[in-house]
Ligand binder design. Structure first.
Ligand code: KG4
Ligand code: ZN
Length: 346
């Protein structure tokens, strides 16, 4: 089964060709980063216009790189939401056009379901039930994915999402957008114990709060500047990152224990963070759990993950109608992720 995936929920125009929901034949990212960089963040209007310009050439490249033609496709999967409405509309309209013109099924996919399904593109069969930490620019959740693929959200952020906190702190530190990868890079030269930033809600349930940490970074920097104390930006970045990672790891491991699952999945753009990957690896080894993290390129937004999720839905007989709408506020309430080929945990 060969699917075209299309993902335009934020600032990357992406298209991919995936075979059988598992094998990426191409995964093309038409990056808009340079267009948004002067503004220090994503400008929704610029994103929507850039998607319009980039979508067709990006789909063309995905087909060429995969050595495929439209007639070879068995369907078109597209992110229906959540995301920026103008951005989503371009992808949904484009995918509908392909589906209609070539008489192929259209499959609308939840963006977060896509992030989870990125894991199946790594070849190994994935076990359910599992606990997933979903961390991106718009989301921070701890999820219990049960054996039937039902998404039970155990907790989420009560203010900023993880990626949003990285990007805001990076901007304050004068780093380039997007700030997450910049902090990750800079932190490797810093001391994570240099500044004891707060670990909000660390011991309380599965919800996260990151806005206090962001304020603490700003306050600490201003205090040191006023006191004439030298500030190492690398130390600030490393200490901030450590506070974020500590809480993410603690809550994920607590959830895995409470749900009595042996498998832990970490996905979303922030799952590309090197410190989070290393700390999760260590914690899972200590607690005898198996860790699954897609490679960094499959963690950040891409269309192969959407095609993978679409393949699962198509195999389960769940195509969408051509009435499919962009749903900027699409939530995960009641979401069931069909997981054909995922294995019962052994
Ligand atoms: O999943 P994603 O590509 O887009 C959304 O669905 O939001 O996540 C983007 C977020 C951005 O906030 C970006 O700064 C962050 O992921 N990010 C990182 C890293 N790479 C991307 N954050 C920390 N460390 C990284 N290496
Ligand atoms: Zn994402």
């Amino acid at each position: 089964m060969l699917l075209l995936g299309v993902e335009t929920s934020c600032d990357e125009t992406t298209a991919a060709i995936v075979a059988d929901g598992r094998e990426g034949r191409s995964n093309v990212i038409g990056s808009q980063v340079e267009r948004h960089r002067p503004y220090g963040g994503v400008v929704p209007e610029i994103a929507a216009r850039a998607h319009l310009e980039l979508l067709v050439p990006t789909i063309d490249r995905a087909l060429i790189e995969a050595g495929a033609a439209y007639r070879d496709l068995d369907g078109v999967a597209v992110t229906a939401g959540p995301g920026l409405v103008g951005a989503l509309l371009v992808g949904v309209a484009g995918a509908k056009g392909v589906a209609l013109a070539h008489d192929r099924p259209l499959i609308g996919v939840n963006h977060l379901e896509g992030h989870v399904c990125a894991a199946q593109l790594e070849g190994a069969a994935l076990p359910v039930p599992l606990v997933a930490l979903v961390v991106s620019g718009g989301h921070t959740s701890v999820v219990h994915l049960d054996a039937g693929g039902v998404w039970h959200e155990l907790g989420s952020t009560i203010d900023d999402a993880a990626g949003e906190a990285y990007d805001k702190v990076a901007r304050f530190l004068g780093l380039a957008y997007p700030g997450g990868p910049e902090i990750d890079r800079l932190a490797t030269d810093g001391d994570p114990t240099a500044i004891a930033f707060p670990r909000a809600l660390a011991e309380e349930g599965y919800d996260f709060s990151l806005s206090g940490l962001k304020t603490a970074v700003v306050r600490e920097l201003r205090r040191r500047e006023a006191a004439g104390e030298p500030v190492s930006v690398a130390d600030v970045a490393a200490s901030f990152q450590e506070a974020v990672v500590d809480v993410q790891v603690a809550k994920t491991m607590a959830a895995a224990q409470a749900c009595d699952v042996g498998d832990v999945l970490v996905v979303g753009g922030v799952a590309a963070n090197s410190r989070l990957r290393a700390a999760m690896d260590r914690a899972c080894q200590q607690h005898g759990r198996r860790l699954h993290v897609p490679s960094p390129a499959l963690c950040t937004d891409n269309a192969a993950m959407i095609a993978a999720a679409g393949a699962n839905r198509l195999a389960a007989g769940q195509a969408s109608s051509l009435e499919l709408d962009a749903q900027p506020g699409l939530s995960v309430d009641g979401l069931t992720v069909p997981l054909p080929g995922w294995e019962p945990a052994g």
